[in-house]
Design a protein around this ligand. Structure first.
Ligand code: ZN
Length: 160
């Protein structure tokens, strides 16, 4: 079966950055399941997978604009230590989920100067050109319920 909108697709993938370092891989795990056309995965990858079939192997290079976005200095913010209530030891690298008008967002602490804490709202992969080595493992029809929820259910998917 061919990958087109509203199909449930199962892929194995290996993700590397421009330096050839592995950032993520499905190796040793279950394949990644997603619904084509539902923005479950980054646009640059979804576009290239359209029209492919089970068993196809492809290498996809995704620029930031079609991946996790460009790195935006504007998403760096300095906030006072008091805003981290309930956190005793704030350290560089810590991540917090905050609620924004655009929905929940992950921010990371990148610098600490006294009571001034710099947080970064960029996605960790923002600004990076990503290379995916992908193998299409399976393609099937999505169920009505999966389409209405916009994500995959059952084995390897959501349970609720
Ligand atoms: Zn659901």
């Amino acid at each position: 079966m061919q990958i087109e909108n509203n199909k449930v697709v199962s892929i194995n993938y290996h993700l590397t950055n421009e330096d050839g370092e592995t950032l993520d891989t499905s190796e040793g795990r279950e394949p990644l399941l997603y619904i084509q056309g539902k923005n479950n995965i980054i646009p640059g990858l979804e576009e290239e997978l359209g029209g492919k079939s089970t068993g196809d192997k492809l290498k996809v290079v995704v620029v930031p604009e079609k991946g996790y976005g460009n790195y935006e200095e504007g998403l760096l913010q300095v906030v006072p230590r008091e805003s981290f209530q309930g956190v005793d030891n704030i350290e560089v690298g810590m991540q917090f989920q905050v609620n924004t008008p655009q929905g929940p967002q992950i921010i990371a602490v990148t610098k600490i100067e006294g009571d001034n804490i710099t947080v970064d709202g960029n996605h960790p992969l923002a600004g990076q050109t990503l290379t995916f080595d992908v193998e299409v493992m399976n393609v099937r029809e999505a169920t009505e319920e999966e389409l209405s929820h916009g994500h995959v259910h059952g084995e390897g998917g959501h349970h609720h």
